[in-house]
Design a protein around this ligand. Structure first.
Ligand code: 5GP
Ligand code: ZN
Length: 114
């Protein structure tokens, strides 16, 4: 827990947010400024600054989080048409909240980045 971290405050319940999924090691909630009709964030309970600071110690969380994506996508009604999974990392990667999180975006045809 990092006291001044907005996602730590959401994870701990200090800042109210409705969880759409609660795993053992992560929670999921809707993005406050959605960039697509459906935009959900998967946030580890542990404060990990970014993908760049991930280590093998976090493998349980990483496995749970990534293997839960199909279930969460299905729950959001995205399973059939598809969705994007994004992890912005660091300044040039466009990360604005320094607590690791995975975006799930869907609900319309999303632009190709590559
Ligand atoms: P990043 O740009 O770091 O990859 O993504 C951070 C995301 O967190 C942004 O899409 C932003 O809208 C979202 N966000 C920032 N603060 C809050 C908040 O207090 N609540 C929720 N639900 N989302 C937030
Ligand atoms: Zn945090």
């Amino acid at each position: 827990m990092s006291g001044d971290c907005v996602f730590c405050q959401i994870v701990s319940g200090q800042l109210k947010s409705k969880f759409i999924y609660e795993g053992k090691t992560f929670v999921a909630f809707h993005d406050i400024e959605p960039k697509a009709p459906t935009h959900v964030l998967l946030v580890p309970r542990e404060h990990i600054p970014s993908l760049q600071s991930v280590t093998a110690d976090q493998s349980e969380m990483l496995t749970e989080l990534f293997t839960s994506i199909p279930t969460i996508a299905e729950q959001l009604g995205l399973g059939e048409k598809g969705y994007k999974v994004v992890i912005n990392t660091g300044t040039e990667g466009g990360q604005t909240v320094p607590h690791l999180h995975v975006h799930i975006l869907g609900g319309k045809q999303l632009p190709q980045m590559f």
